[in-house]
Each structure stands twice: as structure tokens, then as C-alpha cells.
Design a protein around this ligand. Structure first.
Ligand SMILES: Nc1nc2c(ncn2[C@@H]2O[C@H](COP(=O)(O)OP(=O)(O)OP(=O)(O)O)[C@@H](O)[C@H]2O)c(=O)[nH]1
Ligand SMILES: [Mg+2]
Length: 485
């Protein structure tokens, strides 16, 4: 298919296409799709009838008797309009300029209405289910991507799914699906496509070229949310490092396109020189930030050492994002940490001291409790590295509370993800107390299952103050165990 420059969703491309066919039949779906993707002004599909006579050159000629006229319409459900069969005279009598102008006028009105409607990104999510995945985890993953999009401030307009044995090397999804998406992008006014898996720089480039709007992968989406959330200096520092580490290997892709554009004298086009400069600048900034993060790590280590000298046991609350970690810290201490029904509400760790009275003796024990950044499945490696200072709070704690949202349909997968990420950390964490939260919202079957599978676990509702005394006593046992073991 011919690649034409794109004119945006309020314009047509200024080209009318005439095609011929041998049978009298309306334009096929693929012809109409091509018209929509290229935003052609109109297509006239002419039917050649009669065998005609053989010309010297060989090709048969025929007579044009009738044809169809098709053009786009600014309506999300209809997309295009196809005429009844028209005679050649009728087709000839069409004022195409007038048609294109009035259509553009209508497109513009719809486009402006969409823009006024929302200043959020209008997002289409693409999910690929390969042989390795099962339906449930695939759908949970897609739902999570949708929540991430909403958290980042986008509106999910539609989700497109495809099953393939393995990802297409150039475009992840198959060519037909790419066309379908390109069409949906046009008709729905989508301005961002988000893929549920990580993409190579080349895949992003190919998809963007064929779909015509920006394409991002899951990691870029998560990094974007982190960038929005980072409030403290340390948070911003770690996010910037993660973003640059993600971008650096991806610069090559854009660089090739740039050097092709450059085409200057000699082997290095201006684009390439610029790319080199850009890469060096990024590398320099990365080393600078790495040093800052190392300093931050040392600073945190000194704070922890001081605590250890005072022999105050430290417990970190960890868990999947949105499990209720901050709500729990607020409930147990007088902290006022931001807690909200959002993914990655917390980026910066908050540490608070609490005292717990032991039910069995009159003693009161002091300890410090730290709330940390939430985990997510397949946490991007760039984030794992950049957030090492924050994550060290986890590995350096004397013990962990692993909080699980028992009301989430994927709670079992969440537990596996968190345990998997813990296993990747350079230092093995201390003993872990498993705590199921949102008892008030969880269904009975899930609670039964959780009790069966994890008989040692504690069940609470941090928001509704349920099971908190049991939890406090379990925390005391946990620190006794951690300190003596
Ligand atoms: N129904 C119910 N909701 C709860 C409970 N505990 C927390 N929540 C809600 O769950 C949402 C997430 O709570 P947070 O405390 O922000 O969760 P978090 O684990 O700190 O999340 P991140 O910082 O985003 O990783 C909030 O809307 C809380 O009000 C509970 O016991 N029951
Ligand atoms: Mg939080």
C-alpha cells in the first residue's frame, strides 16, 4: 500500500483514487480500510464490462458502464459511505472538490468536539496473547495496563486483542491487526497506542509508521507514571535515571532514521553526529545520576546504622501496588501518607516509629515501620536499578510485612510477582509475615482459599480497622523471631 503523509484526523489527504474491477460489486472491506487509513478524499471503483478486443500491447480493454463511489464519513460507527451503482455520466457529474470540502468541514467539527470533550490522551490498548499465556492472566494483564493508562491520565477508548503463537518480529501483532488498529485510530480519534508488552525500538518504529500515532510500551507507561508521581528530590533523581537508562539503547533506532534524513557529505550525516552528541550527553548524565543514587544509598545506610545502634527493629511493608500499604502505615502509626485508589500512589519510602504493647506482658516494644513503593509484575529492570536506594529499605529491614489485596481477582498472581521480585534482590530479605488486606471486600471463597494455602497469614482491613490487634501481636512475634534468628 502507498504510504502517504498523514494530515491528522480533521483533514483528508487531497487524493482521489480511481480503481477498476471486472465484476459489478461494491468495494471490498480491504479497499475501504485502505481508503480510511490513507484518508483518501474518495474512491471511484469502476467496473469494466465486455471483453473488448485485444490491443497490440496485449492487455484487454473493456467499456466502463458503471461504478461505485465511496468516501469517509465522520461517524464512529459507520466510518464510510458507499453509493449505489452509478453510471459513468453520474460519476462524471460529481463535484469532488465540493464533496471533499464539505466532508472536511464535518470532520473538523467532530474533531474539535473531541478535543473539547477531553484534554486527556485518547488511548487504544493492544494486547497479544501468545501460546505461553493463559486467558485469565492475559486478561488480568490487560486490565492492569488499562489501570496504568488511567493512572497516567489517559482515557482508554478501546482494547484490541490478538492471539498468535508468538509475537510478530517486526510489528508484534500481524499485518491485518495493524490495519485494523490504524483504522480504529482514525475513526475513534485515538492519539496514543499502548502495547501490553515491551517493544523493541524497531517494533515501535514500524508500528508508528503504519498506525500514524505515537506507540508506547508498558515500561514507558510505568516510567511516565513514576515521573508524574516523583515529588521528593530522591524520587525525581531515581526516575530520571530510570528514564535515561530506558532511552539510551533506544536512541539508535531513531538515529538511523535521522541519519537517513541527514544525507550530508561524507559518511556521517548530520543526524548521526547529533545522535552521537546526544548519546554522549545522556551517558554523562547517567553517570552523574548513578553517583547521586550511590550517595543517596550511603545516606540511607547511615540512617539505618544509627537505628541499628539504638537497636530499634525495622519492618518494611511491601506488596503489590494498591494493596493498601500506605493505608496500613497510617493506621498503625500517626503517619499521614498519601493513600489512594491508584497504582504507584507512593514512590518515596516513609518511616515511622511505633510502640506496641505486648498482650502477654506489660512490656511496650518500639519499632520502626517503613512504607515502600509498590511492586508490579515484570517491574522494568531500569526501575529496579534506579530504585535500588529505595528497595534497599526492603532488603535491609529486619523483617517484612507482605501485604496482599485479598479482594483483587489476581491476588495469587500478585503474591507470585512480589516473591519473584524479592528473589531478584541482591540481598535476601529477613522473615516475611503475609497479611491479607481488604477483608471487607474480599469474597468468601477467596478468603477460604487463602486461609487454606497460608495458614500462618493474618487477615485484616486496614481501612476499616479490622484484625489490627491480631496483626500487632503478630508483628511482635515477627520481630522476636527476626532478632533471635
Ligand atoms: N475496601 C478496602 N479498601 C482499602 C483497604 N485498605 C486500603 N484500601 C484502599 O485501597 C486503595 C489503595 O490504598 P493505598 O494505601 O494507597 O495502597 P498502597 O499499597 O500504598 O498503593 P501504592 O502506594 O499505589 O503502591 C485506597 O483507595 C485505599 O482506601 C481495606 O481494608 N478495605
Ligand atoms: Mg502507597
Amino acid at each position: 500500500m502507498l504510504e502517504l503523509p498523514r494530515y491528522g484526523e480533521e483533514r483528508l489527504c487531497g487524493i482521489r483514487c480511481i480503481a477498476t474491477q471486472l465484476k459489478v460489486e461494491p468495494p471490498s472491506h480491504s479497499v475501504l480500510t485502505a481508503m480510511a487509513i490513507q484518508r483518501l478524499d474518495a474512491i471511484a471503483l469502476l467496473t469494466l464490462t465486455g471483453t473488448g478486443f485485444k490491443r497490440k500491447g496485449g492487455g484487454a480493454t473493456g467499456y466502463i458502464r458503471e461504478g461505485y463511489l465511496a468516501h469517509l464519513v465522520p461517524h464512529p460507527e459507520v466510518q464510510w459511505s458507499v453509493s449505489e451503482p452509478l453510471t459513468l455520466d453520474e460519476l462524471d457529474g460529481q463535484d469532488f472538490l465540493d464533496l471533499a470540502e464539505s466532508l472536511e468541514e464535518e470532520f473538523r467539527r467532530v474533531f474539535v468536539a473531541q478535543q473539547v470533550d477531553t484534554d486527556h490522551e485518547r488511548v487504544l490498548i493492544v494486547g497479544l496473547m501468545t501460546d505461553k499465556m493463559n486467558e485469565v492472566s492475559f486478561n488480568n494483564g490487560l486490565e492492569e495496563v488499562a489501570r496504568l493508562v488511567e493512572t497516567a491520565g489517559g482515557d482508554v477508548l478501546q482494547t484490541v486483542r490478538q492471539k498468535r503463537s508468538h509475537p510478530h518480529p517486526r510489528t508484534v501483532i500481524g499485518a491485518g491487526k495493524v490495519d485494523e488498529i490504524a483504522l480504529l485510530v482514525q475513526t475513534l480519534g485515538v492519539n496514543l497506542v499502548v502495547c501490553d508488552r515491551d517493544l523493541s525500538p524497531a517494533q515501535i518504529r514500524n508500528l508508528e509508521a503504519q498506525i500514524g500515532v505515537r506507540v508506547v510500551d508498558r515500561t514507558e507507561l510505568i516510567l511516565d507514571i513514576f515521573a508524574q508521581r516523583a515529588k521528593s528530590g530522591a524520587g525525581k533523581l531515581q526516575v530520571e535515571l530510570a528514564q535515561l537508562e530506558y532511552q539510551l539503547p533506544r536512541l539508535t533506532g531513531r538515529g538511523q532514521a535521522m541519519s537517513r534524513l541527514g544525507g550530508g557529505i561524507g559518511t556521517r550525516g548530520p543526524g548521526e553526529t547529533q545522535l552521537e552528541t546526544e548519546r554522549r550527553a545522556i551517558q554523562k548524565r547517567i553517570s552523574r545520576l548513578q553517583k547521586d543514587v550511590t550517595q543517596l544509598q550511603e545516606h540511607r545506610a547511615r540512617l539505618r546504622q544509627r537505628r541499628q545502634q539504638q537497636s530499634v527493629p525495622a519492618i518494611a511493608i511491601i506488596g503489590y501496588t494498591n494493596a493498601g500499604k500506605s493505608t496500613l502505615l497510617n493506621r498503625l502509626t500517626d503517619a499521614d501518607v498519601y493513600a489512594a485508589d491508584q497504582l504507584f500512589a507512593t514512590l518515596d519510602p516513609t518511616t515511622r516509629r511505633i510502640s506496641i504493647a505486648d498482650d502477654d506482658s506489660i512490656a511496650v516494644r518500639s519499632l520502626v515501620l517503613t512504607d515502600t513503593v509498590g511492586f508490579i509484575q515484570d517491574l522494568p529492570p531500569a526501575l529496579m536499578d534506579a530504585f535500588r536506594a529505595t528497595l534497599e529499605e526492603v532488603t535491609e529491614a529486619d523483617a517484612l510485612i507482605h501485604l496482599v489485596d485479598a479482594s483483587h481477582p489476581a491476588w495469587q498472581a500478585h503474591i507470585r510477582s512480589v516473591m519473584g521480585l524479592l528473589a531478584q534482590m541482591p540481598i535476601a530479605p529477613g522473615p516475611i509475615l503475609l497479611v491479607f488486606n481488604k477483608l471487607d471486600q474480599a469474597n468468601t471463597n477467596d478468603l477460604e482459599l487463602a486461609k487454606d494455602e497460608y495458614p500462618q497469614a493474618v487477615f485484616i482491613s486496614a481501612a476499616n480497622n479490622l484484625g489490627m490487634n491480631t496483626l500487632r501481636q503478630k508483628i511482635l512475634q515477627l520481630i522476636d523471631y527476626a532478632v533471635t534468628s
